[in-house]
Each structure stands twice: as structure tokens, then as C-alpha cells.
Design a binder for this molecule. Structure first.
Ligand SMILES: O=C(O)c1cc(=O)[nH]c(=O)n1[C@@H]1O[C@H](COP(=O)(O)O)[C@@H](O)[C@H]1O
Length: 281
């Protein structure tokens, strides 16, 4: 992010995009699409985020393309977040951890997206495995879709809080505690106020003042904020700034369809990505 700016581009090979690129909605088209995106953007964006759903829908051949895409990105020197949004009871979570963040797994990028709705602590195997292998996780907190708030801004007072604590605030606090422990274990706690831990949050670029309304202290998380929703969902660099306030230094904004729609020409893809990076500068 320091070197290349605050943009992540999602690799979301929707069927209409494959068609618009003159490719078939099949494993061959998926492979061509994904490798072209890596080839065009690996040198200029901070992170690529393949969306597992669009690979899995092609069955085992699609999963093989996901593995190849992750390997191609690594080879080309760009970080990857595998957007798989996994979450399960702890013992099963270890299986997902082995798939997506264990050293040597062909499906492991540099980070994975996780769903905390079986309870934040159910994610412990994935967080521990990620930390042990120098990887990271992004935990859903305030998602970009309009339906998210009904769950994420729900409040409970089971710990005696007068007005209740939102689900999103609990997740952010738990992520912040994990990062504080990691940063302290790294020695010289507090020496670098800008250091970030490996447990990030997903906060939509479209959520407006939800962090304030939900009592979510984004700066206090001391982890990166993956912010999807640019472009196709109506988010912009300005809306990202409005969402995060003082946590701007943690932002990694993400766009899929808006950038991918500029393809298949590699120069046009790069121009679209550069425009998004500039807007976030
Ligand atoms: O975890 C994500 O990346 C994610 C979280 C969220 O709150 N909203 C969201 O849109 N996403 C993902 O980000 C991508 C957004 O795609 P575009 O709307 O085409 O930019 C999709 O792959 C979504 O699954």
C-alpha cells in the first residue's frame, strides 16, 4: 500500500464480464480472464482479490484456475486476498485455515476473508494459522450490502452495557485485541504508532456513518480495512473517506466490476486501475 497506493482489484469473473471480454463462460474462459487480469495489473496495484465463488461455480476445474491465479500473482509480485468469506465451528475452521492460510497450501494467498457470525472466537484457528505463516485475515464487520446493517448494527446488553453494544463493535474490538497482542509480541509495543496487525476488517465503502452509529472504533483496530463497494455498488474515494474518518491510513479500497469492465485491453485495464489509485491518493 505504501508503494502502490490504496487500491485492491477484485478478480470477479461474472458470466457477463466473460462474454464482454469475448470469452466463454467455462474453465478456459475463466483461466484466460484471470491470468490476463494478473498480467495487466500485478505491476501496479497493491493487492488482487480473487472471488472464490466465481471459480467454484466451475467445479474442480475452476478451483484449479483459482490455484493457478494465486500462483501467477505471487510469481508476478502482487499480494492476494482470497475472498472466500469462510466461517465455521472452530474444529472445522482449522480445515478452512489449512486450505486458505497454511504455508504450502495451493489455495493460500496472502490473506483470506472470514465471516465471524459463528462468533469471533470460532475464527481463532484461522487467525493463529495465518499469523504462524506470515499471512493475514479480513473479518467481515460492516459489509457493503444494504442487508448487512440489520445484523451488524444489532445491539445486545448481555455484558451490562446500558445502550447495548453492536455486533460490529464487538467484532472490531476483538480484532483490535488480537492486533494489540500481535504488535506487543513483535517487541517495542507502541514504538511504531502506525504499525498494523494482521487481523483486518471488511468495511464497505458504501456504509456511510455506520461506524459512528454502531460505536465501531476503526482506528482502534490497528489493522487494515478492506473496503469493497467502489464503483458498481456506488462507493467512491469520497465515500471511503467519509466512512473511515481518522482511520484513513488503514484503508485498502477495493473495486471489481468497475475496473474489470474496462477490459479486455490491458492498457485500458491499467488506465482504469490508475484512475482509481489516483482518486484514493
Ligand atoms: O469481502 C468482500 O470483499 C466483500 C465484502 C463486502 O462487504 N462487500 C463486497 O462487495 N465484497 C466483495 O467485493 C466484491 C465487490 O465487487 P464489485 O461490486 O464488482 O466491485 C465482490 O467480490 C464482493 O463479494
Amino acid at each position: 500500500m505504501d508503494e502502490r497506493g490504496r487500491l485492491c482489484v477484485g478478480i470477479d469473473p461474472h458470466p457477463p464480464l466473460l462474454r464482454a471480454w469475448g470469452l466463454g463462460d467455462d474453465v478456459a474462459g475463466l483461466r484466460e480472464f484471470s491470468l490476463r487480469v494478473v498480467d495487466a495489473l500485478a505491476g501496479i496495484v497493491a493487492v488482487l482479490k480473487p472471488q472464490a465463488a466465481f471459480f467454484e461455480r466451475h467445479g474442480s476445474g475452476g478451483v484449479a484456475v483459482l490455484e493457478e491465479t494465486i500462483a501467477a500473482a505471487r510469481e508476478a509480485g502482487v499480494l492476494t486476498i482470497v475472498d472466500a468469506k469462510r466461517g465455521d465451528i472452530g474444529s472445522t475452521m482449522q480445515g478452512y485455515a489449512d486450505a486458505f492460510v497454511r504455508e504450502g497450501s495451493p489455495l493460500a494467498g496472502d490473506a483470506v476473508t472470514l465471516s465471524p457470525y459463528l462468533g469471533f472466537d470460532s475464527l481463532t484457528p484461522a487467525i493463529d494459522t495465518a499469523l504462524a505463516s506470515g499471512r493475514g485475515v479480513f473479518v467481515l464487520c460492516l459489509t457493503s450490502n444494504p442487508e448487512g446493517a440489520a445484523v451488524q448494527l444489532a445491539r445486545s446488553d448481555d455484558d451490562g452495557a446500558t445502550h447495548g453494544v453492536t455486533v460490529a463493535a464487538r467484532i472490531a474490538n476483538a480484532a483490535g485485541e488480537a492486533n494489540a497482542l500481535e504488535l506487543a509480541a513483535g517487541g517495542n509495543p507502541g514504538a511504531d504508532q502506525h504499525a498494523l496487525g494482521s487481523v483486518g476488517l471488511v468495511v464497505g465503502a458504501t456504509v456511510g456513518d455506520a461506524a459512528r452509529r454502531g460505536g465501531v472504533d476503526l482506528a482502534g483496530v490497528r489493522g487494515p480495512l478492506l473496503m469493497p463497494g467502489l464503483g458498481a455498488q456506488g462507493g467512491s474515494a469520497e465515500s471511503v473517506r467519509a466512512v473511515v474518518g481518522t482511520a484513513w491510513g488503514q484503508v485498502l479500497a477495493s473495486s471489481s466490476r468497475e475496473v474489470l469492465g474496462a477490459g479486455p485491453d490491458a492498457d485500458a485495464l491499467r488506465a482504469a486501475a490508475r484512475a482509481a489509485i489516483d482518486a484514493l491518493t
